[in-house]
Every structure is written in C-alpha cells, then in structure tokens.
Write a protein that binds this ligand. Structure first.
Ligand code: MCA
Ligand code: AMP
Length: 508
C-alpha cells in the first residue's frame, strides 16, 4: 500500500532487496538471511493475530535478547500494534505496575515468570500470556512456526504509536512514552545518512533490545542498510574483542569502551576493519575518549538522545571535529534551544535546560495528558531535563541534569524510587540515594540512610532486603549509615553535600 507510514512497511522494502544476504550472524549458532527474517516475522504476525492482536493493541514483552524477540518486535509493528518492551532485570514485583498501566492484549515472558505474574495479569485484564525463553523457544515461537508466512502489513498513520517505552519519572511512577512510526522512521533515516552507512557495513550488536539504543538506533540503521549484524545476547568483552576484526560499526554505552580499555590485549589490530565507534546513553568521559584514540586509533563518535526523542545530537561523522566532552550538533530536521525555567531562550554559551522539537519527539505519555502538558512548551518544544550549553556554532555540551537521575552503565535509576523502598524497611529512618563516579558503570547507586529503633541498620541486610523488590541494577552498590542527613534551611536534603562527602567511594 502506498503512503503506509508503518515503519515495518519501510523496513520490509530493504528486507526484500537484501534477499539471501545475512541479517543476523550468530557465530556457531548459524546465520539468518533477510529473506528468512521476513518469513519469520510474517509467521509471528499471524501468531499474534491468532491471539486477537490488532492495530492499537499493546504487546508487552519481558524476554531475553534473541532473534525470536526481534521477530516479535517487528511482527507487532507489522500488525499495527504497539510494542512494549521491559527491562529483563525488572522483578515480578515491579512488573505489576507496567501491566496495569499498559493493559496489554498479549504478554510474553519466560515460562518461569508466569506463576509470579498470575495476580497482576488477572488484575490488568491481560488476555493472553505466552512464553519465550532465552534461546528464542517457547509457546509463542511454537505457535508461529506452524503459521503461514504471508501477512499484510497494517496501514498506519505517521502519528500512530509503534512502541510504548517506560521511563521513570522524578516523582511518581514510570511514564510510558508513546513513540510513533514517524518518530522511528525519521530518526532511522537521519542516522543512517549522518553516520555514513555504506553497503557492506557490518554492525556488532551487543546492546540489550529493550531500550531505544539497542532496539531502535542500532537495529534500524542496520536494517535500513541491509547490513549483517554480529549478534551477541550481551556485552561480553572477550567475545567483542574476538568479533571486532569482522565488524565495521559498533554502538555502545561508555562502559563498553572502558571495559575494552581495561583489557591490555585490546589493540589497534582488532579495530583494523572498523569504520565507526558510537557512544551514548550516558556521558563519555573525555579521558576515555582520549585513551581510546591512543589505543585504537579511532575517535569515538559521541551522540546524545533520550527515550522521548530518540537521537537528538551527534558529533559529526565527516566534515567536522569529534570533540570529547561534547555531544555535537542537532541532527538534521531537529531544532534545539537552551532555555531558562520559564522557557526563555538563553544566549550561546549560557547554561540552561535543553529543549527539543522535531519529527523525532514523541507523541506524549500514555494516559497522562497532564504530565505530557507539563513537559512541553506551548510552541511544541519538549523539555529534556538535561542541562546544556549551545556554542555559537551550534555545538551542544551536556553539563548536568535538572532531573534527579542516576545513569549506571547506561541504565537509568531514579533515586526517588529507591528511597521509597528504603523508607519502608524496618530500622531505617530516612534515606537519600545518590550517584557516585564509578570506574565501570560511570555512575553507581549509593544510599545514605539514618537508623531508627534499637537495631542499627546494616549495609548487607539493607541490600538483601531490597533484592527481589527492585531490579538488580538499581540496588545500591554501597549503603552508608549516618546520624542525620544534611538539610538546608528549607528542610531539603543536600545531595550535593553527600556526593562530595562520599565522592571517593569507588576510587582505586
Ligand atoms: C548489570 N549490573 C549492573 C548493570 N548491569 N549494575 C549497575 N548498572 C548496570 N548497568 C549488575 C548485575 O545485575 C550484576 O549484579 C553485576 O552488576 C555485574 O554484572 P555484569 O555481568 O558486570 O554486568 P553485565 O551483564 O556485563 O552488564 C553491564 C552492561 C549492561 C554491559 C554495561 O548493563 C548493559 O548492556 N548496559 C547497556 C544499557 C543500555 O542499553 N542503555 C540504553 C538505554 P548481580 O551479580 O547482583 O546480579 S537507551 C538510552 O539511554 C537513550 C535513549 C540513549 O541515549 O541511548
Ligand atoms: P533514557 O531516559 O533512558 O532515554 O535516558 C536519556 C538520558 O540519558 C538523557 O536525558 C541524558 O541525561 C542521558 N544521555 C544520553 N546520551 C548522553 C550523552 N551522550 N551524554 C550525556 N548524557 C546522555
């Protein structure tokens, strides 16, 4: 059908052109061509429809990275439904909220999750629960295997949501960002062009596929290019070192690069066929950028984005400098400004909140019109919550965050959520959760608490009490017990003072 804005309608054209060339290279476990991928997506789409999944329905998936998982994502789009991926680290206790909010027609989880979710599934009125395991097997894949591969791609308007991605708020519960087909297709095309993808590019894919970086940025650019992907279920530094000589592009969070640098046997030689290393999701330290160049001969290209707006800025691929500590220029078609709290644009070089407008900016938060309204200006700019400067020539530097957020190894952790859990524990009076510099994760979660009652609070007990309630990456790596939290005259906890006091926690 012409003018179908469904992103899958665009991707299937490159799939058809790419035919028998390899889409996924799984090493010892074989290869999957673009033609085979198309067939599997068609079968999966028919399986989804057999559960009544249609345009506008949500499909929630908490599954490990696999080809079947990618087929599930693509098939959901093909049916015109909305894909809602969840971090595999979330506990069953955390999942209830997402199910109640998203009200999916279909939930896909590993079999060993089903029991713990029974109550939440009933309450949310989820109509079908199917399984998918880490190896891609499970009841959903079984069902797809016996289906026909022919399936017409549903017609979608540019503004129809393709995905619902939860991002935690500084206050209250997570918000589902509605990402439209146009958000995804405009961003994918811009990045494919801006980063100079060429025939024959091979992408090393070691990111998770439940977030924007691995699911959209990496997959979509490779798909548009008909590229082969060296596909790994997670970032394992040894495997990545082994595969790099076959790759031309890798996208990663800063931890990927610090882990490579920590290996003495990581050398220029491994990078001989590489064209581009991209970093994002968290700040890349200038010293990492420098050390990486010295060791590999490559200047990492740092870009900046967020769930609600996809990729926003990028250092230049060609025709300009990649400057360490900056995130480059607004991508084509995207407008940026730095503004004060009232939304007044500031002069070049002044620090303020970065605001963004363009075809990349999401439609709004799922069933939260007030929250959506709060985060947009009247003229359509979205308030990112990142503090930045824009130089005379348009170069953007992220200098901090106005939102209370910790980014640990590329995963976002909202202190408020951890504090709320801590405050419920026996023996804890009050708590403050802060992010501290960490050599591996960039920033790490640390809790500072006061003790009440006769039993003194104990670090190990506190961490194990949180285990099972919060995803492991959110657990404090350290807990300090203090007599009192520092507060200002207004009674507000002085987190900056705590960050200073405990700054050296992970040094050495
Ligand atoms: C794992 N652990 C973590 C993290 N990952 N703790 C804190 N922060 C983390 N990120 C925990 C594990 O549960 C385990 O604890 C312990 O740390 C050691 O795990 P390890 O094996 O070292 O971890 P790993 O499996 O190697 O993972 C580290 C990782 C991974 C490779 C950095 O976290 C990762 O792939 N991060 C990428 C995140 C990402 O894709 N972000 C993009 C978001 P225990 O033993 O207790 O279980 S999209 C975004 O931000 C925007 C749009 C953007 O701009 O891209
Ligand atoms: P998320 O909510 O997971 O989409 O994370 C988005 C946030 O990650 C942004 O608002 C920034 O705070 C941060 N971020 C992403 N890329 C960069 C970068 N290159 N430098 C600094 N912060 C970044």
């Amino acid at each position: 059908m012409t003018n179908n804005a469904n992103l899958f309608a665009i991707l299937e054209q490159t799939f058809a052109r790419s035919g028998e060339s390899i889409a996924f290279d799984l090493g010892q476990e074989g290869q999957i061509s673009y033609a085979a991928l198309s067939r599997r997506v068609g079968q999966m789409a028919n399986a989804l429809e057999s559960f009544g999944v249609g345009p506008g329905d949500r499909v929630t998936a908490q599954v490990e990275k696999s080809i079947a998982n990618v087929c599930l994502y693509l098939a959901t789009m093909k049916c015109g439904a909305i894909y809602n991926p969840l971090n595999t680290a979330y506990t069953a206790a955390e999942l209830g909220y997402f199910l109640a909010d998203a009200e999916p027609r279909l939930l896909v989880v590993p079999d060993n999750r089903r029991g713990a979710l029974e109550g939440a599934v009933r309450e949310a009125g989820v109509q079908a629960v199917e399984t998918m395991e880490a190896d891609g097997g499970g009841s959903l894949t079984q069902r797809a295997k016996v289906m026909e591969s022919g399936h017409e791609t549903a017609f979608r308007q540019p503004d129809d949501p393709a995905a619902l991605i939860y991002t935690s708020g500084t206050t209250g519960r997570s918000k589902g960002a509605m990402i439209t087909h146009e958000n995804l297709s405009s961003n994918a095309r811009v990045l494919h062009d801006y980063w100079g993808f060429v025939p024959g590019d091979v992408l090393l894919h070691a990111l998770p596929v439940f977030h924007v970086h691995g699911l959209f940025v990496a997959l979509h650019t490779a798909f548009l290019n008909g590229s082969r992907m060296l596909w790994r279920s997670r970032f394992d530094v040894e495997e990545v070192m082994r595969l790099l000589p076959e790759a031309t592009v890798m996208m990663g969070v800063p931890t990927f690069y610090t882990r490579l640098l920590a290996r003495e046997d990581f050398t220029r030689d491994q990078c001989r066929s590489m064209r581009l290393f991209v970093s994002g999701s968290a700040p890349l330290l200038a010293e990492t950028h420098q050390a990486f160049q010295e060791r590999s001969g490559h200047r990492i290209l740092e870009r900046y984005g967020m769930t609600e707006a996809g990729m926003i800025t990028s250092n230049p691929y060609q025709g300009g400098q990649r400057v360490a500590g900056t995130v480059g220029y607004a991508l084509p078609g995207i407008s940026l400004r730095v503004a004060d709290e009232g939304g007044r644009e500031l002069a070049a070089g002044d620090i303020g909140t970065l605001e963004v407008r363009g075809p990349n900016v999401f439609k709004g938060y799922w069933r939260m019109p007030e929250k959506t309204a709060e985060e947009f200006r009247d003229d359509g700019y979205f308030i990112t919550g990142d503090m930045a400067t824009i130089a005379e020539d348009g170069r953007v530097s992220i200098v901090g965050r106005s939102k209370d957020l910790i980014i640990s190894g590329g995963f976002n952790v909202y202190p408020k959520e951890i504090e709320q859990e801590l405050d419920q524990l026996d023996g804890i009076g009050e708590s403050a959760v802060i992010g501290l510099a960490h050599p591996d994760f960039g920033e790490s979660v640390v809790a500072v608490v006061t003790s009440v009652g006769s039993m003194p609070a104990n670090e190990a007990d506190i961490i194990s009490a949180l285990d099972g309630r919060l995803a492991r990456f959110k657990l404090p790596k350290r807990v300090f017990v203090v007599d009192a939290l520092p507060r200002n005259a207004m009674g507000k906890v002085q987190k900056a003072e705590l960050r200073e006091r405990f700054a050296r926690t992970f040094e050495g």
